[in-house]
Ligand binder design. Sequence first.
Ligand code: AMP
Length: 129
Amino acid sequence: MSSIFTKIIKGEIPAYKIAEDEHFFAFLDINPNARGHTLCVPKKEVDKLLDLDESTYIGLMAFSRKVGKAIEAAIPCDRVGMTVIGLEVPHVHVHLIPLQSMKNATFQYKEHMTPELFEETAKQIRKKL
Ligand code: AMP
């Protein structure tokens, strides 16, 4: 069965899309640690980061860097943090999180966002790509 992220990539379920190229896809995390929290995923469905082939791994980092720079330009923050966990969704994803403090990195604190704010946030980030 396809992962929830493969369904997003295929357009079978909705997401607030940020960017896409031949191999990678970025969209806003639906339960964000901070406004602008974005997930970057390879289109190839692989569970664990370290099981990616080397070129996909390096490509994912380059794609995440580009998206992270756009987040940093669009969202007021001290810096953009990068985390890979993957305990919930078995499809590699890089979390890019605008950080003001450690609170935003803990995955305990969550930011409430309305659909309008998600849309506006995605638009602001896309403009900086
Ligand atoms: P983890 O696998 O522990 O890295 O966490 C999975 C992340 O995916 C969580 O931050 C979720 O909020 C996020 N997530 C799960 N389903 C969706 C979805 N449909 N759209 C956007 N983000 C999602």
